[in-house]
Design a protein around this ligand. Structure first.
Ligand SMILES: *[C@@H]1O[C@H](CO)[C@@H](O)[C@H](O)[C@H]1NC(C)=O
Ligand SMILES: *[C@@H]1O[C@H](CO)[C@@H](O)[C@H](O)[C@H]1NC(C)=O
Ligand SMILES: *[C@@H]1O[C@H](CO)[C@@H](O)[C@H](O)[C@H]1NC(C)=O
Ligand SMILES: *[C@@H]1O[C@H](CO)[C@@H](O)[C@H](O)[C@H]1NC(C)=O
Ligand SMILES: *[C@@H]1O[C@H](CO)[C@@H](O)[C@H](O)[C@H]1NC(C)=O
Ligand SMILES: *[C@@H]1O[C@H](CO)[C@@H](O)[C@H](O)[C@H]1NC(C)=O
Length: 475
């Protein structure tokens, strides 16, 4: 399963030379970033955050707050709309874990710019290409802001908790649910989009995840009931393998979701595992949720952490095969798994050592570029591999290493707050209920528009991944 590519010796000589001549900046050296003590972790994370934010142009004049350069369909950059939401969440965790407030205003501005006129993360610019997973990624970020007690927006602006509730409510609305496959959300929201006939794991996992967290935060049983139903749907439709607990990508409504695409992506399993941990906490330690957390974690570590280092199974064994979306997944996995240790502390001894080994490998390979500290994606190879081989400028790679390194501080950080344990975000149980559930896009849909968080799904539909999966199995 592991890649057999050996580390380029030239790169090591060069970094050794640069280090010897003092050309490298303090936080990184020939060994990459130092992550051995809390102080070093904070110093490394600060530089990693600085470098990652160089990819974000949203606070410069003429640029759009909240998003990374893109979308690719418009030729504006490599990143889809959802990844801006993922970046904002990464920075909210960065602040929570390190205490560095440098980027808080930029993050608040970015999120608020993307809420849309109905305050439910369906801004008109992006509704034509909107997937439930795209909207959901922003929803998870808003939920995180509430849980982390990220500074509240001004009173006349939408509040974090209410935004998460709005996303949840639009996704729980009857227009988004039908009887095909016995339930579940479709991938795309607009009826005419490619992928409207696909019910995929990530869309449903995120809806489940937000519901589980809203249940814990508000203690409103409605969210818990939905979360349970949603998880059981994903399980019963066999997107989670009942023996191995592998998490698969999805299936089509025309085949009653039995044509399961068995590609595995790390964020699917991690999103489910984290949601299960919140349900475990909400239910005060129920056995059924405990088992789900254990099994999903076991499957995730078995398949995506060979030698305890994060490895994006469906694409990583071939350089350049992971899309910009996929290049960011390891970061969410590290952050979600770190949070599990707080809401399901019985998992701490299982999870923390793995995240530590993986983060050390992540930090070690950040020796590229003219600064000598640019991060690549191939953590388990032990040396920097130029992200240019992936034909991306690297925000996903930078975000993932920042997430892995800053999450090493999880043990010192406050656990996610709830309304009863010091939460300060104002909710609105009716948020999102006046919104359209299934959007009727204002603008005609063009083929180029139809892409999003599950861009991987598009590739899957094209059959590309099947080949990579096959190659992985064959290794
Ligand atoms: C944008 O934010 C960065 C911090 O990420 C800050 O250094 C910079 O001055 C800001 N630019 C503008 C135009 O506000
Ligand atoms: C929508 O697009 C317009 C024109 O490019 C831009 O000014 C605006 O900021 C965009 N809104 C969002 C939410 O991205
Ligand atoms: C579709 O699959 C579900 C299980 O996911 C099953 O209960 C249902 O009977 C199937 N429907 C049809 C029409 O085959
Ligand atoms: C629920 O989470 C809190 C942290 O917020 C933790 O102290 C508590 O032990 C967790 N409950 C269970 C049953 O593990
Ligand atoms: C949170 O708790 C406060 C005080 O108990 C209460 O007034 C408020 O309505 C609660 N908010 C939610 C969303 O439950
Ligand atoms: C609980 O959440 C549901 C769904 O959003 C909402 O309709 C209901 O009013 C909420 N109940 C309370 C007591 O806030």
């Amino acid at each position: 399963m592991m890649s057999t590519v050996s580390s380029p010796r030239g790169a090591r000589w060069l970094t050794a030379l640069l280090a010897a001549t003092g050309c490298l900046l303090p936080a990184a050296n020939a060994q990459g970033y130092a992550v051995d003590t809390p102080d070093n972790i904070r110093a490394s994370a600060k530089t990693l955050a600085y470098d990652m934010m160089l990819f974000y142009k949203g606070n410069q004049s003429g640029e759009i707050p909240g998003i990374l350069p893109g979308p690719p369909s418009d030729g504006k950059g490599d990143y889809y709309w959802w990844e801006g939401g993922a970046l904002m969440g990464t920075m909210i965790d960065y602040w929570h874990l390190t205490g560095d407030t440098t980027y808080n205003d930029v993050v608040t501005q970015g999120i608020l710019h993307q809420v849309g006129d109905r305050r439910d993360f369906q801004p008109l610019n992006y509704t034509a290409s909107l997937g439930n997973d795209d909207q959901g990624f922003w929803g998870m970020t808003a939920m995180l802001a509430a849980e982390n007690k990220f500074p509240n927006p001004p009173d006349d602006q939408p509040q974090w908790l209410a935004l998460a509730q709005a996303v949840w409510a639009t996704q729980a609305s009857p227009e988004r649910h039908d009887d095909t496959c016995n339930g579940g959300l479709r991938w795309q929201i607009p009826l005419a989009n490619n992928g409207y006939d696909y019910k995929n794991t990530i869309a449903n996992a995120i809806f489940f995840n937000i519901g589980a967290r809203l249940a814990r935060y508000t203690r409103n049983e409605t969210y818990a009931t939905w979360a349970t139903k949603q998880f059981e749907w994903i399980y019963n439709v066999n997107y989670i393998d009942h023996d191995s607990w592998k998490v698969y990508d999805g299936g089509h409504v025309g085949r009653n979701c039995t044509d399961i695409n068995k590609a595995q992506f790390s964020y699917n399993a991690a999103t489910l595992a984290q949601g299960a941990a919140f349900m475990y906490n909400y239910t005060d330690g129920s056995d059924v949720w405990k088992t789900r957390v254990e099994k999903l974690t076991e499957g995730l570590f078995r398949d995506f952490f060979p030698e305890n280092i994060a490895f994006e199974l469906p694409c990583e064994s071939r350089h350049g095969a992971c899309t910009p979306d996929m290049l960011s997944f390891k970061g969410y996995v590290h952050r979600w798994m770190a949070t599990i240790t707080q809401v399901a502390p019985f998992m701490k001894d299982t999870i923390l050592p793995v995240l530590k080994t993986s983060a050390e490998a992540a930090a070690k390979q950040c020796t590229g570029g003219t600064t000598g500290r640019v991060c690549g994606f191939y953590w388990s190879e032990g040396a920097f591999v130029d992200p240019a081989v992936d034909k991306t400028t690297g925000a996903g790679e930078a975000m993932a290493v920042l997430a892995a390194v800053s999450s090493l501080l999880i043990d010192e950080a406050d656990p996610p707050a709830t309304n009863q344990t010091g939460g300060i975000s104002k909710g609105d149980p009716n948020a999102g209920t006046g919104s359209r559930g299934s959007s009727d896009p204002a603008t005609p849909i063009t083929t180029a528009d139809k892409a999003g968080a599950a861009i991987c799904t598009i590739l899957l539909l094209a059959g590309g991944i099947a080949v990579w999966v096959f190659m992985n199995l064959g290794d």
